[in-house]
Every structure is written in structure tokens, then in C-alpha cells.
Design a protein around this ligand. Structure first.
Ligand SMILES: *Cc1c(COP(=O)(O)O)cnc(C)c1O
Length: 390
């Protein structure tokens, strides 16, 4: 440990292997995985189809670079376009890189319109990553503190506040885009209601702004639809993906449509690893399994069962402010900081997360069954009850 840079307050456990929705530590103790490596392990662990696909791809070719055509990348772009209605895809390796691409694209779009200092409207409590541009877009001072000067060209408004967005439009003529999560993950599972999503789409159309949806956490089936924006039936101009797309193999994507498509040409952007054959094969297989095994319908059903189960098990417990979410993206808001629950759950054999200080965050694999959900509720409820009794 001593040679690792101290960037994470890690739990004192390491996992030796995984099997479905369970992880096993070096002593053989098992843990129910209700976090999926922060919304990454879409298909759980050791999924036979994904394992086979990765092995076959590794035995075929791993990397060739974007100096050549990559058939798996073209196939994945076709597939993503088909399920999202977007037109074009740029592939990278992570969420912050996908957002960097989106930010560069929005600036480029502005310059083409003659706006020299293009500005992007971003949200309070947003999380977009930890590179300089994406931490500047992030709405959390802790992420930014000590890394100033921040990247300029962002103005911040309260989440879901359409009036604040319209007010910015009145005095700031450099705005080129609005960037947001349809469900804020790190911010505490905050959901943009459908009316707001539609109004935002309207404002962006009126003003000629790009609507940029960061679906890095809520995308790829987690909410019961392929993408969070599909709930309200609006379509963004730019969408970013990463986390769950490769079910554990790193891959990110920036998708464009309409006026955001066709902007970049050779030399404008790139990535050495982005869209390599291995990552694209893993993503194609992830999407195929989601479809073949009806995992989006499963996410809706199991997510509802978990929320209902939690509501029943926590009825009457003081200080449970809200149990919310969509599909298998669930938050339990308490009235006090509850970070200690992460370690207590770990001891009990359950992997959860706490974000925004007092929101328990559940992001289980989409392969979670109703019985897994019941096990989760049975394990978690007594811990919350004891925590709130203190
Ligand atoms: C995790 C996350 C990111 C950053 O992704 P990385 O792969 O860690 O760079 C960006 N946006 C959202 C909404 C996220 O949840």
C-alpha cells in the first residue's frame, strides 16, 4: 500500500474473485454486491458470455489504434446509434474523457457560430469527472479546492431550475450549451423530472444551445431504459457514456446528433486506446446480454421491489427522509451523515456506498434478482435502523 498515491480512503478488504452478484475476499467471506464497482459491473461478475467474448477477442486482436478501421468499433457505434437515436460516436476510455470530448465539442460549436468565449451552463451538485475541465464543470467545491485556477467558461445554476437557466440566457450571450445529469449520481440520486427535461429541451432549441446529457452513471439500462433521457422522450444533442458500458472493461463514448453531429474532423480530437477491439467487443456483448436477458425490465421490477421493501422495513424509523430512484439507481436519504454505514455493511457482507454525506447509494448489477433484492433489504434495514437509533 505504501507505494500507492493516497487518493482513496479504501475499505480494508480486497476481493479475490466474483461470481454473479457476489464478491469473495481472500479469506473466502462473501459480499452481496449492491454497488457494482460504482455502476460499472452491469452484468455482475464473471458473466459467462462476457468472459467468453473477452477471451475470444484477446486471442484475436487487442489493439490496432485509430489509424486503422476497427470493425468492432463501427459495429458498436451502429448499435449505440440504433438504441439512442443519436448520429455519431467518439470512443474514449472513461467518463471524464467522454465529458472532455463533449466540452471541446460545445466550444468548437460556439466558435463556428462566431462566439469567441463559449460558455456552458452546469448544475449545482453535478459530477462530471476529475480532469481540469470536468472538475471545473463539477458542482462540488471539495472536488475543485486546491486545483485553481479552474477552467473558465462555465456558469452554474441550481439543478432543475429552468427559470435560472432562462435568466442566464438573458444577460449572457456566450452560452453554447447546457450540461447535466438526468439523474445526479454523486450528488445524491437527484432526479430531473420530466417536465424540466422537456422545458430544457425547449430552451436549448429556442437559443440554439446544445443539450449535453452526462449519462455516465445513469445510462446503459440502469434506470430501466437504455438512457435516462428516454424517460421524458426528449433527445439531447450530445450524450456521454462510460461506467456500465463495458461491464468492467474501460470504455467511454461521446455521442452527437443533429446540430452537434459532423462538427469534428481529423485532428480535432483523438484517443490512443479509445474504441479498441477489446473494449468494443465487451460493450457489444454487454448490450446484447441486456437485451437478450431483458435486464432493463428486470431493473424496473427489482428496483421497485427494493424500494418497496426498504419503505416497509424502514417504516417508523426516525430520520429516513426519502427513498427514491429509478430502476437500479437507488438513494436512501437520511437526516444525518451516514458514511459509517459503509463499513458496517461491509462487516455484514454487503457492499454499498454513501454519497452527498447522507444518501445511501445502491447501484447493483442489472442481473440482480428479486431474491437478491430481498437479501439486500434484509441485510441493510437493520443497519439503518441501528444507525438512526443512535
Ligand atoms: C463517474 C462519473 C464521471 C466520471 O467518470 P470517470 O470514468 O471516473 O472519469 C462523470 N460523470 C458522471 C455522471 C459520473 O457518475
Amino acid at each position: 500500500m505504501s507505494h500507492l498515491m493516497n487518493t482513496y480512503a479504501r475499505q480494508p478488504v480486497g476481493f479475490a474473485r466474483g461470481e454473479g452478484v457476489w464478491l469473495f475476499d481472500e479469506t473466502g467471506k462473501r459480499y452481496l454486491d449492491a454497488l457494482a464497482g460504482i455502476a460499472v459491473s452491469t452484468l455482475g461478475h464473471n458473466h459467462p458470455r462476457l468472459v467468453r467474448t473477452i477471451a475470444e477477442q484477446a486471442a484475436s486482436v487487442l489493439h490496432t489504434s485509430n489509424l486503422y478501421r476497427i470493425p468492432k468499433q463501427e459495429a458498436l457505434a451502429d448499435r449505440l446509434a440504433a438504441i439512442s437515436g443519436m448520429d455519431e460516436v467518439f470512443f474514449c476510455n472513461s467518463g471524464c474523457e467522454a465529458n472532455e470530448a463533449a466540452i471541446k465539442l460545445a466550444r468548437y460549436y460556439g466558435h463556428k457560430k462566431g462566439i469567441e468565449l463559449p460558455t456552458i451552463i452546469v448544475m449545482e451538485n453535478a459530477f462530471h469527472g476529475r480532469t481540469l475541465a470536468t472538475l471545473s464543470a463539477t458542482g462540488n467545491r471539495k472536488t475543485q479546492a486546491g486545483f485553481e485556477p479552474l477552467v473558465s467558461g462555465f456558469v452554474r445554476v441550481p439543478y432543475k431550475d429552468i427559470a435560472a437557466i432562462r435568466a442566464v440566457a438573458e444577460h449572457n450571450h456566450n452560452v453554447v450549451a447546457v450540461m447535466l445529469e438526468m439523474i445526479q449520481g454523486e450528488g445524491g440520486i437527484n432526479i430531473a423530472d420530466e417536465a424540466f427535461q422537456r422545458e430544457l429541451r425547449e430552451v436549448c432549441d429556442e437559443r440554439g444551445w446544445l443539450m449535453i446529457c452526462d449519462e455516465v452513471q445513469c445510462g446503459v439500462g440502469r434506470t430501466g431504459r437504455w438512457f435516462g433521457f428516454q424517460q421524458a422522450g426528449v433527445k439531447p444533442d450530445v450524450m456521454t457514456l462510460a461506467k456500465g458500458l463495458g461491464s468492467g472493461v474501460p470504455i467511454g463514448a461521446c455521442l452527437t446528433s443533429g446540430r452537434a453531429a459532423g462538427l469534428f474532423g481529423p485532428g480535432n480530437h483523438g484517443s490512443t486506446f479509445g474504441g479498441n477491439p477489446l473494449a468494443c467487443a465487451a460493450a457489444l456483448e454487454t448490450l446484447a446480454v441486456i437485451e437478450d436477458d431483458a435486464l432493463m425490465a428486470n431493473a424496473v421490477k427489482v428496483g421497485e421491489a427494493i424500494r418497496t421493501g426498504l419503505a416497509e422495513a424502514l417504516a417508523g424509523v426516525p430520520g429516513v427522509v426519502d427513498i427514491r430512484g429509478r430502476g437500479l439507481m437507488i438513494g436512501i436519504e437520511l437526516d444525518r451523515p451516514c458514511g459509517a454505514l459503509v463499513g458496517q455493511a461491509l462487516d455484514a457482507g454487503l457492499l454499498i456506498n454513501v454519497t452527498a454525506e447522507r444518501v445511501i447509494r445502491l447501484l447493483p448489477p442489472l442481473t440482480f434478482t428479486e431474491q437478491d433484492g430481498q437479501t439486500l433489504v434484509t441485510m441493510l434495514a437493520p443497519l439503518v435502523r441501528a444507525h438512526q437509533a443512535q
